[in-house]
Design a protein around this ligand. Structure first.
Ligand SMILES: *Cc1c(COP(=O)(O)O)cnc(C)c1O
Length: 239
């Protein structure tokens, strides 16, 4: 049932990448508020969308899903335990949930303070590979938003990189939903500059997570390597 929506998103991504002369970004399906049955259906649509033998642009990886709340993700993970899926935490993480998050997710995209770095490293179970980490940046300096200030990225990235149980993969941002697309594009461009500086310093840094349903073209044009898409894949969430 999701094949059509998925194809539309994949076509938008392919066109944006082609226009910008950039590689195809990885698609993270944002499944917050969606039931486990919807995740299972989207996972099979994602698998079916990969041409046999393709290894392009991360499409050959396990289907990846983004969740905002630890408890909601845990419930879906146990319902979908028989499937090979990759789980990303994209919502704000409270320190008292770090233990559960460190065990339940493959990626945490919302690391924005030292305390969280230490807690995730301490609680990442020994039997699992290092936890993939993105540093979340409050790129528009919104007081309402989580994320570290752009100036704090080098120190926080160094703290992550110093932890053997964590793997620093890059940066994530949720720019302000400014009505002027030029302003949003400018925020994406500032993220790309931060990302390039970080990637120059750490060879393992390969991920710039930015762009959602309404602005994947702008984000890809400025160099997103991963886009997080909910509404355009699953339909409107209802409030
Ligand atoms: C909900 C959410 C998304 C997806 O937003 P859509 O507009 O539905 O595509 C992406 N990133 C984060 C952090 C979110 O919370």
């Amino acid at each position: 049932m999701y094949a059509q929506a998925l194809n539309a998103v994949l076509e938008r991504l392919a066109a944006a990448a082609r226009d910008a002369g950039r590689p195809l970004p990885r698609l993270l399906a944002v499944s917050k508020t969606q039931p486990a049955t919807a995740v299972a259906e989207m996972a099979s649509a994602l698998r079916a969308s990969i041409p046999p033998g393709a290894s392009a642009a991360g499409l050959a990886c396990a289907p990846a899903f983004g969740e905002n709340y630890v408890q909601e993700a845990l419930a879906k993970q146990s319902a979908l335990a028989s499937e090979t899926l990759e789980w990303h935490l994209i919502g704000h993480l409270q320190s008292n949930k770090a233990r559960e998050a460190a065990a339940a997710f493959d990626w945490v995209q919302t690391v924005d303070r030292d305390k969280l770095v230490a807690a995730l490293a301490r609680h990442r179970p020994a039997g699992l590979p290092p936890l993939n980490v993105l540093v979340q940046v409050n790129i528009d300096d919104e007081s309402s938003k989580h994320g570290c200030a752009p100036e704090e990225v080098p120190a926080l990235a160094a703290a992550v990189a110093a932890q053997p149980r964590l793997l620093l993969r890059g940066l994530m941002a949720i720019p302000a939903p400014h009505p002027d697309p030029g302003r949003r594009r400018d925020a994406f461009a500032r993220m790309k500059a931060l990302f390039d500086a970080l990637a120059g310093q750490y060879p393992q840094v390969d991920t710039l997570s930015m762009g959602m349903s309404d602005d994947i073209e702008l984000a890809v044009a400025e160099g997103a390597t991963m886009v997080r898409v909910g509404t355009a894949l699953f339909g409107a969430r209802g409030k």
